[in-house]
Design a protein around this ligand. Structure first.
Ligand code: NAP
Length: 323
């Protein structure tokens, strides 16, 4: 098998593709030929050694895959060779095959390509968990999405729209904002030229109901101040690299709330509940209520370039590695 190997923590350019021995597939496992591996911000953090979990070196990064079953252990039931499946696997995704347990794999909805299936679990599960469990989004509410043309951001737009909300997308370039409009945002704000609080107040006629923040950094305080009465601020991540300090008086004012979201930890601690949540996401995809974006594709050997593009904010929308 071919795999992208991280032999030392550091910059993504140090990643190399290696030929590895084929792993055995036991009676209780399936072998999946990986056609697409999803690229996520967290993969870059793992490679840089900046994630809260540091895997033992060497390791194969990549936490989301989609592919085709090529071998089935004799004790495995419910799957066949040739089935299209996707999985969240923690690590090992930047490769052309993986040996997995049947409990890890899920059939790909007919509507989705391998690339879409490989890039949707983390972002859509986070969006669904945020907007239906950490807070309950109501129809007609105004949702402001920061980093809206990123993976989490685009999923938030889609899920919020599916629940009848009105979405304001915030991003840093006109190309990113165009994609947000194509994906259904009702209003857009260019974070490189416009004042966030002023524009949100104008667009909503007073203030937003929810802010979704996967970015952190200097926009955070302005976004908090853009919330109206009973507004909720969802802390999702810090793609800017800066953890913001939010002034407590701005939380008190207008009875606002700041809510943390840690889908990964919740999913690991509550696998049955997470399976139910993923089932809700898949049902919404099958009904056509939500549609993950078609990602741009890089070759396995371009993993370093792809992660660099992500870290340097050049990516517009999602990306995957194809084998
Ligand atoms: N809490 C959870 O459960 C959970 C789950 C999944 C992901 N996350 C976290 O959410 C964050 C976003 O993930 P993602 O997959 O959406 O990432 P992504 O696809 O790379 O998008 C991040 C966005 O952040 C913006 N950004 C602003 N400053 C940046 C900088 N210095 N470097 C890179 N991006 C910057 C960029 O948009 P502009 O250029 O338009 O500003 C970019 O589109 C990450 O921190 C990730 O770890 C959290």
């Amino acid at each position: 098998m071919r795999a992208v190997m991280c032999r030392e923590l550091g910059e993504p350019e140090s990643l190399v593709v290696e030929q590895l021995p084929t792993a055995p597939c036991s009676a209780h496992q399936v072998r999946v030929h990986i056609w697409a591996s999803g690229l996520n911000y967290v993969d870059a953090l793992f490679v840089q050694g900046k994630y809260q979990i540091r895997p033992q070196l060497p390791f194969i990064p990549g936490s989301e895959i989609a592919g085709e079953i090529t071998e089935i252990g004799e004790q495995v039931q419910g799957f066949n060779v040739g089935d299209r499946v996707f999985a969240s696997i923690g690590l090992g995704g930047f490769a052309d095959e993986a040996v997995l347990s049947p409990s890890q794999i899920v059939p790909i909805p007919d509507r989705l390509s391998y690339a879409q299936a490989a890039t949707m679990t983390q972002s859509y599960a986070t969006a669904w968990y945020s907007l239906t469990q950490r807070t309950q989004l109501a129809p007609e509410e105004w949702v402001v999405v920061l980093g809206a043309a990123g993976g989490v951001g685009l999923a938030m737009i889609d899920v919020a729209r599916a629940h009848g909300a009105k979405v304001i997308a915030v991003a840093s370039t006109s190309e990113k904002l165009r994609l947000c409009i194509e994906r259904g945002a009702h209003g857009v704000i260019d974070s490189s030229t416009e004042d966030l609080k002023t524009r949100v107040r104008e667009l909503t006629g007073g203030g937003a109901d929810i802010v979704v923040d996967p970015v952190g950094g200097p926009l955070a305080e302005s976004a908090l101040r853009s919330l109206g009465n009973n507004g909720r601020y969802l802390v999702i991540g810090f793609a800017s690299g800066v953890i913001p300090s939010l002034p407590a008086n701005q939380i008190l004012l207008r009875n606002r709330q700041v809510i943390g979201v840690d889908w990964g930890a919740w999913a690991m601690g509550n696998p049955a509940d997470n399976a139910t949540l993923l089932g809700e996401v898949i049902a919404a995809i099958e009904e056509g209520a939500i549609t993950p974006v078609e990602p741009q594709s890089y070759a396995l050997a371009e993993a370093g370039t792809a992660l660099r593009d992500l870290l340097d904010r050049r990516l517009v929308g999602k990306a995957c590695l194809s084998s």
